[in-house]
Structures are given as structure tokens and as C-alpha cells.
Design a protein around this ligand. Structure first.
Ligand code: NI
Length: 377
């Protein structure tokens, strides 16, 4: 697993471009004698482990994509291109390939079928949604789904579960504010889009602080503000990009209208006009209570209760949510913080994992593969 992970780490690929990774995965699964399906939702791969006894069909999922970050680590296995496995998905693939090997060797013990799902494009492009839309859940009769994420926020040896909402929804906003350009010394003859956009950036925070129920977390962040070219020219337009997070489906559903209302009011006050595009990306990731109780108990038996913890929910997002919307599911976290080198946050240019965490990940995935078809609720 360490060798596989390092190989993947040195050759990261962005979402829907995981051709080398998918070929490596498919070749390994074939070597194990498994039925393999490739090019699902472009680069997705499925491996089918048919058990020796009747039971449910369960899915174990790993995401395969990397991020457009230039790696700043010095390790021998550092990235050889402009992308970087800065979220640990290289580890996820290595873990699921490790599980594939053990489960294929022990397939006579398995009740039902284990579908090993290697998914493209988790980082913003919705590879999970593409696989759901490709029909894999119905075609392979998938009844339960499990997935994991390595977490540098937690020490190696800790595996975290939480029932209910675990990751926020994540949506994007794109805004263009159109004013009237002119001389910087004559604002009265212009409609200044920088002033209007600045007012909006401040005022939009009232959606979180004054409109959303304070017991419900929500975030609106404007991450990009682009306008103008020089000292003394009022430009004609300003462009904003932002992200919107929520933990409640109802709160999420209303964010678009609430944000646009603020935008419309501020533009109207200045005589500016706008384009507003709200892009629905990832829903809230919610763990089924029964599946989580089951997986947590299985984890305690497999790893020992001292390794199992209740992990907090986080404002990040995860497209495993598209699977969890369709079938009872549990997504769990595997701590991968060892020393200083594996303490950087996810998506940092120096992110790295403590590879000892791979063992905890694979033991939990194998336990689910061997047990869930017979015993998951
Ligand atoms: Ni990730």
C-alpha cells in the first residue's frame, strides 16, 4: 500500500483526467481475478468481489483525483507534475486496492457482493454525481455505501464516526456588477462598480448574521474580486466569485434567493445592474444513523474501542453525499497526523500523510467488506 500510494503521489491527476490512475487500478483488480468495469463517468473504475454466500450488495468507495497545486515537499515520492495529491486521495486509492487484495483472497467468506468503487473528480467537479447519473447504483444493485477520508486534523490511530450531518453543502456564486465607466475624478458621471461590489461584499454577511437562524451554521465567502486596471479610471464592471456553505438542506435551499436579494437591493440603490449565477454543487453529507452505529461497533471490534472516536462535523464538503442521498451510507474519518510533516491542513502545498494510517483504513474497509453484506442493518 505504501508503494502504491507513493507511486500515485508522484503521478497525480486532476478530476476526470485520472487516466494513469484508473489504468493502474483496473490492472491491479484484474490481477486479483475480479470483474472490472472501466470508463464509468469518464475515468471511474468498478471492481466486483462476488462473495461465496448470499447477502447484500455493498459499495466501498475511494476518490482518485488530485488538486492543481505545486507540491512544496521534498520527499522522494513528491509530485512529478503541476498537480498534487494534497488531500490524501492517493492514500484512499491505496487503501481500497489493499482491501481489494484481502477481500478477493477471502471472497468465500463474504456474504453478498462488494463493489469497489474508484471514483473520479471529487474536488469540485462532482465525480460521484456523474457515477450516480451513469446508473451504477441500480445497475449493480448497490444497497449500502461506505467511504473514508484520511484526516490530518486527527492523529494516526484514531478512526472517527458521526451520525447525521458531517460535511456542509458547498455551492458557488458568480456575480458580475455592471456600472458605468468614467474618469476617476468624476464619480458623479459614472456608476462605480467597485463601490457597489464592495458594498455587496460587506452587506452579504447579513445573510449569515441576520437572516439565517443562528442555531444553523452557514458561511458566505467571497474569494475573488476583480475590477479595474489603473489608478484613475472607474471601470465598467466588477466580477466576484464566492462559496456558500450550510448544514441544513432547508437553509441551503434559501441561500440563493437571500444572497440575490441583497445584491439586487444594493445595485438598485446605485443604478447598477448585475448577473447572478448560483451553481448548486455538493449537498450536505449526512450519515445514516443505523449504518453509523453499525460501522462504529464494527470498528470497535476490529480496531479496539480506544481507536474509535466521535469526530466533529466540518464545514468542508464531500461528493460522497450524492451516494448517501440514494442509499443508507456511512462516511468515516481516518486520522493521518504523525509528526510535523503530516500536520499540514488538507489542500496545503506541503500536505503529506503519516503512512501508518493506511493500516487503519484498510482494516476498517476489509471489516466492512467481510461483514456488512451479512450484518449491516
Ligand atoms: Ni478530499
Amino acid at each position: 500500500m505504501v508503494a502504491t500510494r507513493r507511486d500515485l503521489h508522484a503521478h497525480p491527476e486532476l478530476g476526470f483526467q485520472e487516466h494513469r490512475t484508473a489504468a493502474l487500478v483496473a490492472a491491479r483488480l484484474r490481477e486479483l481475478g475480479l470483474e472490472v468495469h472501466e470508463r464509468i463517468a469518464q475515468t471511474g473504475v468498478l471492481g466486483i468481489v462476488k462473495g461465496g454466500r448470499p447477502g447484500k450488495t455493498i459499495m466501498l468507495r475511494a476518490d482518485m483525483d488530485a488538486l492543481p497545486i505545486r507540491e512544496q515537499n521534498e520527499a522522494a515520492y513528491r509530485s512529478t507534475n503541476d498537480a498534487m495529491h494534497a488531500c490524501g486521495h492517493d492514500g484512499h486509492v491505496a487503501i481500497l486496492l489493499g482491501a481489494a487484495q484481502i477481500l478477493s483472497e477471502r471472497r468465500a467468506e463474504i456474504c453478498g457482493t462488494v463493489v469497489l468503487c474508484f471514483q473520479p473528480a471529487e474536488e469540485g467537479l462532482g465525480g460521484a454525481r456523474a457515477m450516480v447519473e451513469a446508473g451504477i447504483l441500480g445497475e449493480y444493485g448497490i444497497e449500502r455505501a461506505y467511504g473514508l477520508h484520511l484526516s490530518s486534523q486527527h492523529p494516526t490511530g484514531k478512526v472517527g464516526f458521526r451520525a447525521g450531518q458531517i460535511y456542509a453543502s458547498s455551492d458557488s456564486i458568480e456575480i458580475a456588477i455592471h456600472g458605468k465607466g468614467g474618469h476617476g475624478a468624476a464619480p458623479h458621471l459614472s456608476i462605480d462598480p467597485i463601490y457597489v461590489a464592495s458594498s455587496f461584499v460587506v452587506a452579504v454577511q447579513q445573510v449569515v448574521s441576520r437572516v439565517v437562524n443562528p442555531v444553523e451554521p452557514a458561511v458566505v465567502t467571497i474569494g475573488s474580486f476583480q475590477a479595474g486596471t489603473t489608478y484613475n479610471v472607474i471601470p465598467t464592471s466588477a466580477k466576484l466569485l464566492g462559496t456558500v456553505r450550510a448544514f441544513d438542506a432547508g437553509v441551503r435551499a434559501e441561500m440563493s434567493g437571500r444572497i440575490e436579494r441583497v445584491l439586487a437591493g444594493i445595485c438598485a440603490a446605485s443604478g447598477a445592474t448585475y448577473d447572478f449565477n448560483y451553481i448548486w454543487r455538493y449537498p450536505v453529507t449526512s450519515n445514516d444513523a443505523e449504518q453509523t452505529e453499525y460501522a462504529r461497533a464494527l470498528g470497535e471490534r476490529t480496531l479496539g474501542a480506544e481507536h474509535i472516536e466521535e469526530f466533529p462535523k466540518i464545514m468542508g464538503a464531500e461528493d460522497f453525499s450524492f451516494f448517501a442521498e440514494k442509499v443508507p451510507a456511512c462516511f468515516y474519518q481516518v486520522g493521518c497526523r504523525g509528526d510535523e510533516r503530516s500536520s499540514f491542513p488538507h489542500h496545503h502545498e506541503r500536505f503529506d500523510i503519516d503512512e501508518r494510517a493506511l493500516e487503519y483504513g484498510v482494516r476498517m474497509m476489509v471489516a466492512l467488506g467481510l461483514d456488512a453484506g451479512a450484518n449491516a442493518p
